[in-house]
Design a protein around this ligand. Structure first.
Ligand code: GUN
Length: 623
C-alpha cells in the first residue's frame, strides 16, 4: 500500500455536479459511477459481464467474509481481489448495515478495519453508527459523535490506507453538517452519506435532498462523496446534481429476485411487461416470452443483468448531461416522472440561493426556460439579484426587446437621450437592459409566445445624447463580474470601443492604443487582457477578484502556465467558476489574468488539477 488519498480530479462540472476521477491501487474510477454490491456467497452476474457494462469498482461486505471460515481463509491467503475474481477497485463495508438490521455485530471497530486491510481492500470502512430517519435529535447526535470517535480510533491506519468515513445524522440538517465537517477534517479519504437506505426505500427524496446538500456543502470537495445504497436510476441524477460522485447498490439483484425490471424512471413486474425495452442487453438473446419461461435461478440472473445495465445506462446519460451542461434541465424534466421526484425538485429550488455560487458564469448550452420554476433555479436567482428596486426603472415592451434583439431605435432615440434606468422583462424578472447579452438572458430557449408587457417608448429627437449605451453596458457587465463600481474604473470615459460590422456588438475596448478587454459573443461577458487586469488590480481591494499563488508558482504562471490547486495560498471566496480572475504573487503583484476553473469556495479544497487557466501574463507585455 502506498500513502493513500483518493483525491478527486475534476474534468467537467455543472454547479455541484462533476465528472471526475480518483485512483486506487487497482486503477482509476471515473465518476459519477456505481459500485455494484457483490455478495461473495451469491454470484448473480459474471464479473466479465459487469466489466462489459462499465464496472470499474465493486463493493463487498467484509463482515460476511469474516464470518464464513472458507471465505475468510481464502481472503486472508490470496487477497480480496482473488476471492472476488475482480482486478478493479474493491471497497469493503464494515457490517454497520447488518448491525442496524440485526441489532449488533460481534466485532469491534478497530479489528473490523484491520481485517479489511489484511484482505487488501482498496477502500475500507469503519464500523460507523447507522442513524435511522426516525431517531431523535439526541440519538442521532450521539451516532454522529460516536462515528467520529471511531474514526479517531483508527486514525493511525488512515495515514497509510484509504478509509471511508461515513456521514451520519439522520434527517437533521445541523447534524449532517456537523458530521460532514467532522469527517472531512479527519484523514478519511472517502465520504459516504450513510443512514439513508430507509428513505430511499420509501421514496422520501425531499428528505434526501436536504441530507445530501447539507452533507455536501460541509464536506471537503477533494474527497469523493458516495450515497450508501443509492443506486436506483430514478434518483441518481438528482443525487449527482447535488454533488454525489459514487453509488453502490444491490437493487439490481433485489429487484431481479422480486421478478422486477429496472427502468431509468421506475420498475415493472416481469409479468406486466409485453416488450423488452430496445436498449436491454437481453434483446440479443431472449424474447420476453422466453425470459418468463426460464427457471427461477436463471431468470433472476438474466433480470439482474438487465437491471445493472439500466443503472449504467442512466449513469452514462448523467455524465453526458454534465459534459453538455444540461443536467439541471434533465433533472427538471425527469422530476415530472414521479410525484416524489417532483417534490424533491421543488425542495432543491428552496436551496437555489445556497447552490448558486457553485454555478458557472456561463454554460455551453442555452438555458431552457420552463416557467416560474426556472426563475427560482440558481441562474434565475443570479439574475434576480440584478433587479433594481421597484419604482426606480421603466420596463421595455417585447416590441423593443426580445432575447438577442434589442431595438436600436430604442437605444439611439430613447436610452441614449435619457438618464433613466430601463429594464427588460425576462419572463417576469426585471433585468437592466445593459445586461441583455449575458448568459442566460440572451442564451435562453422558451416556448412562450405571449407579448411581454411594458412601455413602448416613443422616439423623441428633441433631446441631446447624454450617454453611450455600449459604455454603460460594459460597465454594468464589469460590475457584475468584478464588483460593483469597478466597471467605471476599468473602462474610463476616454476608452475606445470597437463594434462588429456585422452585428453592431461590442468586440474590443482599448485605451491609449492598448486593448483592455474583449466582449465575448457567445456569453456576453468580458474577457480582460493583462492591461485590463492591471486596471482592475488597481481598483479592487484586499483579496477581491484575486487568486494569490506561491512565489514558485508565480514564476511559472508569469510564463502562461496554469495555476495548480496546490499552489493557491489565498483567494477571493466569491469567485464565480469560469470568471476571469487576477493571479497575484504573495506581494500582491499582478502576474497574470486567467479563468477560474472552480468557485472561490472550492479553490483551496482541491489538491489535484488546474485552478486557473492563464489567458494573459506579465512576460507577454514586457517582452
Ligand atoms: N450501507 C447502507 N447504509 C450504510 C451506512 O450508513 N453505513 C455503512 N457502513 N454501510 C451502509
Amino acid at each position: 500500500m502506498t500513502g493513500q488519498s483518493l483525491t478527486m480530479q475534476i474534468l467537467h462540472r455543472e454547479g455541484l455536479a462533476r465528472i471526475g476521477r480518483f485512483k486506487t491501487d487497482h486503477g482509476y474510477v471515473d465518476t459519477p459511477n456505481i459500485m455494484p454490491v457483490i455478495n461473495p456467497n451469491l454470484r448473480t452476474i459474471p464479473i466479465d459481464t459487469m466489466k462489459k457494462f462499465g464496472t470499474q469498482a465493486i463493493i463487498t461486505n467484509s463482515y460476511i467474509i469474516r464470518r464464513n471460515q472458507d471465505l475468510k481463509d481464502e481472503a486472508l491467503k490470496n487477497g480480496l481481489h482473488s476471492l472476488i475474481g475482480f482486478d478493479g477497485t474493491i471497497m469493503t463495508d464494515s457490517g454497520t448495515f447488518q448491525s442496524y438490521v440485526y441489532g449488533g455485530v460481534e466485532y469491534e471497530n478497530r479489528d473490523t478495519v484491520e481485517f479489511q486491510i489484511d484482505i487488501k481492500s482498496d477502500i475500507s470502512t469503519i464500523l460507523d453508527i447507522f442513524s435511522t430517519p426516525s431517531d431523535s435529535h439526541e440519538k442521532a447526535r450521539l451516532a454522529v459523535d460516536e462515528t467520529h470517535k471511531r474514526f479517531e480510533e483508527i486514525k493511525d491506519i488512515a495515514k497509510s490506507h484509504n478509509i471511508s468515513g461515513p456521514i451520519q445524522g439522520s434527517i437533521y440538517r445541523d447534524l449532517r453538517r456537523r458530521s460532514a465537517k467532522l469527517m472531512s477534517d479527519t484523514d478519511a479519504s472517502y465520504l459516504p452519506i450513510g443512514g439513508v437506505v430507509p428513505l430511499l426505500e420509501q421514496y422520501k427524496y425531499s428528505n434526501l435532498v436536504d441530507i445530501i446538500l447539507e452533507s455536501k456543502l460541509a464536506s471537503d470537495f477533494s474527497k469523493p462523496v458516495h450515497l450508501f445504497g443509492g443506486g436506483h436510476p430514478m434518483f441518481m441524477g438528482m443525487a449527482v446534481l447535488l454533488g454525489v460522485d459514487m453509488f453502490d447498490s444491490a437493487s439490481y439483484v433485489k429487484y431481479a429476485r422480486d421478478d422486477r425490471l429496472l427502468y431509468t424512471e421506475g420498475t415493472r413486474y416481469l409479468a406486466d411487461v409485453t416488450e423488452l425495452p430496445y436498449w436491454s442487453p437481453l434483446n440479443e438473446r431472449f424474447t420476453i416470452k422466453e425470459i418468463k419461461s426460464l427457471e427461477e435461478k436463471e431468470r433472476y440472473s438474466i433480470l439482474a443483468e438487465h437491471n445493472l445495465f439500466a443503472i449504467f445506462q442512466e449513469l452514462s446519460e448523467i455524465r453526458e448531461r454534465i459534459r453538455e451542461n444540461t443536467l439541471w434541465q434533465y433533472i427538471e424534466s425527469k422530476s415530472r416522472s414521479h410525484p416524489s421526484l417532483y417534490s424533491a425538485f421543488k425542495r432543491i429550488l428552496t436551496h437555489s440561493k445556497r447552490i448558486e455560487p457553485y454555478f458557472e458564469l456561463y454554460r455551453k448550452s442555452p438555458l431552457f426556460h420552463f416557467g416560474t420554476e426556472t426563475n427560482r433555479s440558481p441562474y434565475g436567482i443570479r439574475l434576480k439579484k440584478l433587479e433594481p428596486e421597484k419604482g426606480t426603472y421603466s420596463t421595455l415592451s417585447s416590441r423593443e426587446w426580445k432575447p438577442a434583439r434589442l431595438s436600436q431605435d430604442f437605444v439611439r432615440n430613447v436610452y441614449e437621450k435619457s438618464e433613466e434606468n430601463f429594464c427588460i422583462n425576462w419572463y417576469g424578472l426585471k433585468i437592466p437592459v445593459e445586461m441583455e447579452e449575458i448568459y442566460p438572458v440572451e442564451q435562453v430557449i422558451s416556448g412562450y409566445e405571449k407579448e411581454t408587457k411594458g412601455t413602448l417608448f416613443r422616439r423623441d429627437n428633441g433631446y441631446e445624447k447624454v450617454r453611450n449605451f455600449n459604455l454603460e453596458k460594459l460597465r454594468r457587465v464589469a460590475d457584475f463580474q468584478f464588483g460593483k463600481g469597478n466597471g467605471k474604473s476599468i473602462f474610463p470615459d476616454d476608452c475606445k470601443i470597437t463594434v462588429s460590422k456585422a452585428t453592431g456588438r461590442i468586440r474590443t475596448i482599448s485605451r491609449n492604443d492598448s486593448i483592455l478587454a474583449t466582449m465575448r459573443a457567445h456569453d456576453g461577458f468580458i474577457g480582460l487582457t493583462f492591461e485590463g487586469g492591471l486596471k482592475l488590480h488597481e481598483v479592487s481591494k484586499g483579496m477581491n477578484n484575486r487568486v494569490m499563488v506561491t512565489r514558485e508558482s508565480a514564476t511559472y504562471n508569469s510564463q502562461g502556465k496554469s495555476v495548480f490547486f496546490k499552489f493557491v495560498e489565498q483567494n477571493d471566496m466569491g469567485i464565480i467558476p469560469l470568471n476571469d480572475v487576477l493571479v497575484v504573487d504573495p506581494d500582491d503583484s499582478l502576474i497574470a489574468v486567467g479563468r477560474a476553473m472552480v468557485s472561490g469556495r472550492e479553490m483551496r479544497m482541491y489538491k489535484d488539477g488546474v485552478a486557473v487557466t492563464i489567458n494573459h501574463h506579465i512576460q507577454e507585455t514586457t517582452s
